[in-house]
Write a protein that binds this ligand. Structure first.
Ligand SMILES: O=C(CO)[C@H](O)[C@H](O)COP(=O)(O)O
Length: 213
């Protein structure tokens, strides 16, 4: 099981400073969608150059021209690129084909998908690397989470790794771990805490302990 730190509300300089603090306790750094929109793929490039030992995910949330966007993200150092599950099948297949050519991975984000079981099974058959259940900020604000969706995802996926994102905190991590995802994505649960290093270390420890049980 891996831990991914999502960086959404920072600039490149702040991102590098933050990762420096927690780099020993995370496996993947996510350059969040707002950062990609504001600073472009240069942010991905800068973080990958600063931390070549970590995997970097570009959260492009791609919806179209997916092969091209995967190529450009790969050229800027991304190891993993995100595509929305609601995109056309052709877009997802194009992303998978380009990622394979570049030696990179595709994460499919199920945000806003109503029938998780159906769409997850469909994208799983397209050869994607990760499939992620995700409660975005706007539904987190209404008290929603993806814990049940993760169970659904786990029950249908045969090939891809499973992931979960959306408001996960130290206190809710045990609930997430019960469903055994391959990847846990945490943004504010680390980035907004006073002692980021201690929280990231504790989370990584809980993940390792859980995997051993
Ligand atoms: O993709 C995102 C928002 O669309 C975030 O990166 C993801 O939700 C993780 O951040 P947080 O833990 O703060 O919710």
């Amino acid at each position: 099981m891996e831990l991914q730190l999502a960086l959404d509300l920072v600039n490149t300089e702040e991102a590098i400073k933050l990762v420096e603090e927690v780099k020993d306790y995370i496996d993947i750094v996510e350059i969040g969608t707002p950062v990609v929109k504001i600073e472009g793929l240069q942010a991905v490039k800068a973080v990958k150059e600063a931390f070549p030992q970590l995997k970097v995910l570009a959260d492009t949330k791609t919806m179209d021209a997916a092969g091209y966007e995967v190529l450009k993200a790969a050229e800027h150092g991304a190891d993993i690129v995100t595509i929305l599950a609601v995109a056309e099948d052709e877009s997802i297949k194009g992303a998978v084909a380009e990622a394979k050519k570049q030696g990179k991975k595709i994460l499919i984000d199920l945000i806003a998908v109503k029938d998780i079981a159906k769409r997850a099974a469909e994208v799983d058959a397209m050869g994607v690397d990760y499939i992620c259940v995700h409660t975005g900020y706007d539904l987190q604000a209404k008290g929603q989470n993806s814990f049940k969706d993760l169970e659904t995802l786990k029950s249908v996926v045969k090939n891809a790794k499973t992931a979960i994102a959306g408001g996960i905190k130290l206190e809710t991590l045990p609930e997430v771990l019960k469903s055994n995802p391959d990847l846990v994505i945490v943004g504010g649960g680390i980035a907004n805490q006073a002692d980021k290093k201690a929280v990231a270390a504790k989370m990584q420890d809980m993940i390792k302990q859980h995997v051993l049980v």
